[in-house]
Design a protein around this ligand. Sequence first.
Ligand code: FES
Length: 143
Amino acid sequence: MERRSFLKTACRACLMGAGALAVADSLSSCSPAVARQLAYSPAVVNNQVEVPFTLFEKQPLVVISPAKYEYEISVEKAENTYKALLLKCTHYDNQLTPTGNGYTCSLHGSKFSKDGVVTKGPAERNLRQLKTETLNDHLLIYL
Ligand code: FES
């Protein structure tokens, strides 16, 4: 199993049992912020995912993990606009890990700001921003 898959599976596994959040809080690899966000795993339909606006009631930035999709997506609300970033390293496509103020790649150490801008290489390109559309009570993200 690849390291990326193992870490993703391990984080999900620690969320599934009784008292999962307490366990997640005690694991350094599963910060409370990441654990809370990974709980939301919308289905991918026609290469789109729906994110309810209620997810942003407590925090402006959430990371979602679409079902059966290889990468997570960060979605940030600012005023009434939303910015969705694909958390796929632009160096060699590794899944990125959210940190307190951005994203880091465990493969070769690239770092990206919360806005998806490269702050440390070897990656040279910023993160891909996904097209979004607001509908009644949710955000539509085009993958
Ligand atoms: S794959 Fe992310 S830095 Fe190389």
